[in-house]
Design a protein around this ligand. Structure first.
Ligand code: SF4
Ligand code: SF4
Length: 255
């Protein structure tokens, strides 16, 4: 690795300052060119609308997590410091720390909420990557190229949602089973949800959406006024995570 620890820490400090400076500093940066991978359809902006109450109705269900991690070869590592995750549950208050009320809905207070990469419109993780191993497609999916990732973890420092994981050790021995048509990763690279871009390319639904028995996850095109996601945004009250940061997440939550 060519980037020193001192360099990493310096950049991380800079990132914190950038995050505190807010959206104006972020939005004045030029958008990086997309280095390839995927051919999103024009006029598409993918998004997810999550209904935490429907999820709660399914009890301790983890089907979305299980199927996502299986089809994407995400290792099952028990040690919290080394764990890798693409989609998981966080308590409501930790998911929405900047909610402008001391009185969240009683039925959601302290309850688990599905979280994943927000596929932000204005993703700080993309801006800081020195190798363009992560980039934003025109349809909004924030992608990863594990072959280009040098493991500097700038993106992890920049993401205000903790949506990225680092492979501190070779993940392959920790795979419960291997899905042969999806790549495995190696020690020293970052990974995260890529919104099932490989399935979308084949016209298949997101694995988490298809697996959810409660229909708590709705996926669709924000650019299409007739889409189900747009219909939900019109008819239900939704919030996004940490909106004050100006990252503009594409994951909405019905509250
Ligand atoms: S949630 Fe984090 S990793 Fe995902 S696009 Fe936003 S800043 Fe990047
Ligand atoms: S860890 Fe990988 S993806 Fe993240 S900023 Fe560094 S090179 Fe880019």
């Amino acid at each position: 690795m060519s980037i020193s620890r001192r360099g990493f820490l310096g950049a991380a400090a800079g990132l914190s300052a950038l995050a505190l400076a807010g959206r104006s500093a972020l939005e004045t940066q030029p958008r990086e060119p997309e280095p390839g991978g995927g051919t999103p359809a024009a006029g598409t902006r993918w998004a997810l609308v999550i209904d935490p109450r429907k999820c709660l109705e399914a009890g301790d269900c983890t089907k979305c997590v299980d199927v996502c991690h299986t089809v994407h070869n995400v290792p099952a590592i028990a040690e919290p410091a080394h764990s890798v995750k693409w989609i998981w549950k966080e308590p409501f208050e930790r998911t929405f720390p900047s909610l402008q009320t001391d009185y969240p809905p009683d039925d959601l207070r302290d309850k688990p909420v599905m979280v994943l990469c927000n596929h932000c419109d204005n993703p700080p993780c993309v801006r800081v990557c020195p190798t363009q191993a992560t980039w934003r497609r025109d349809d909004g999916i924030v992608m990863m190229d594990w072959h280009r990732c040098i493991g500097c973890r700038y993106c992890m420092a920049a993401c205000p949602y903790g949506s990225r994981s680092f492979n501190w050790k070779d993940p392959r021995p920790s795979l419960v089973q291997t899905t042969p048509d999806f790549p495995t990763r190696s020690k020293g690279v970052v990974e995260k949800c890529t919104l099932c871009e490989e399935r979308l390319a084949k016209g298949q639904p997101l694995a988490c959406v298809a697996a959810c028995p409660a229909k708590a996850l709705v996926f669709g095109n924000l650019a299409d006024p007739a889409s189900e996601v747009r219909s939900l945004l019109r008819s239900r009250f939704t919030i996004r995570r940490k909106p004050e940061l100006g990252t503009r997440p594409a994951i909405y939550y019905i509250v």
